[in-house]
Design a binder for this molecule. Structure first.
Ligand SMILES: C[S@@+](CC[C@H](N)C(=O)[O-])C[C@H]1O[C@@H](n2cnc3c(N)ncnc32)[C@H](O)[C@@H]1O
Length: 298
């Protein structure tokens, strides 16, 4: 069965057994957080989380291409007054399973609402853990470059001698820099903190992330026609991002209502995209006809 560009209902661990090895370029997902949404789509006890996740991660490892990337959006919850360690335990267990824990991005939620707790401040960020099968993987850094920013105006106009050579890190981190390389450039590479507001418009799923979040990683780790998998697709955000960017997708969710929600969302998007293509080609035809008219007259 071909799962390309489909939303499939079922337990992702079972569904993925039907996929061949090494067929996916990017896995981007936000699984149910431990115990958090047991009213809506079933929670997993924090102490059971690693055992629950690992067999699924084994399938992710199998279907991911050696050049591919797995981004896991997750955050440990507070249990009995302290942060539970299941995310840290999961990272260690996944490394034993064969994954490389390549990087960690932070999603800073710009619009998290204020609150008062006796022993901590409001939680304004989530982890996006990056796992790979190999040290060399596909990464298209130019696709996510950002404007250089105002710092360049003052900083790059006043370069010191050390700014003109590669200044090696004093702590041997390997992150040396040559500031003068950035003179005359209007775009730079971003850092690993992503500033995005949480999703407010999608009220049909209680845990939807913003469309820009998967879009950013899809641009960074895939190119046109690559395959993006979200094994916990929820309302279909990852699939929408993939479709808009011209990538293929596979979405899986255990709940029928969320599969329906995602499917409806994608069907509507497809209609909008077709309409756009239609109106674009109509205006192109009109432009060609006007041009031919002018040419014949000339
Ligand atoms: C955090 S939500 C994902 C939300 C999604 N990122 C979005 O933007 O709408 C996790 C989803 O995983 C689904 N789920 C839970 N267990 C699953 C399993 N074993 N296999 C597939 N989906 C599962 C839930 O129904 C829920 O929709």
């Amino acid at each position: 069965m071909d799962f390309t560009n489909k939303i499939i209902r079922g337990d992702c661990e079972e569904i993925l057994k039907n996929l061949p090895d090494n067929c996916v370029d990017l896995i981007f997902t936000s699984p149910p957080y431990a115990d958090q949404r047991n009213q809506t789509y079933g929670g997993v006890k924090p102490d059971d989380y690693v055992n629950w996740f690992l067999p699924k991660a084994a399938q992710f490892l199998r279907v991911l291409k050696p050049t591919g990337t797995f981004i896991l959006n997750i955050k440990e919850r507070v249990v009995r007054g302290e942060r539970h360690t299941y995310v840290i335990e999961l990272i260690l267990a996944m490394r034993k399973q064969g994954w490389l824990w390549t990087e960690e991005f932070m999603w800073h939620k710009k619009n998290s609402y204020p609150g008062k707790w006796p022993n901590r401040f409001r939680d304004s960020w989530e982890r996006l853990l990056q796992f790979n099968k190999r040290r060399k993987f596909n990464m298209y850094q130019e696709a996510v470059m950002v404007p250089v920013g105002d710092w360049a105006k003052t900083r790059l106009d006043n370069l010191s001698e050390t700014d003109r050579i590669r200044d090696e890190s004093k702590v041997n981190s390997g992150f040396g820099k040559n500031i003068s390389n950035w003179v005359g450039r209007d775009k730079v590479y971003p850092n690993n903190v992503i500033y995005m507001a949480t999703e407010c418009s999608n009220r049909s799923h209680s845990a939807a992330f913003p469309l820009d979040l998967p879009s950013w990683f899809i641009k960074l780790f895939t190119i046109k026609d690559d395959m993006v998998l979200d094994p916990f697709i929820g309302s279909g955000t990852t699939a929408e991002a993939a479709m808009k960017l011209g990538r293929n997708y596979i979405g899986i969710d255990i709940k029928e209502e969320y599969c329906q929600l995602a499917q409806d969302r994608l069907s509507q998007l497809q209609i909008r995209l077709f309409e756009q293509i239609g109106s674009n080609s109509l205006s192109s035809i009109a432009a060609i006809m006007i041009w031919i008219g002018f040419s014949l007259r000339g």
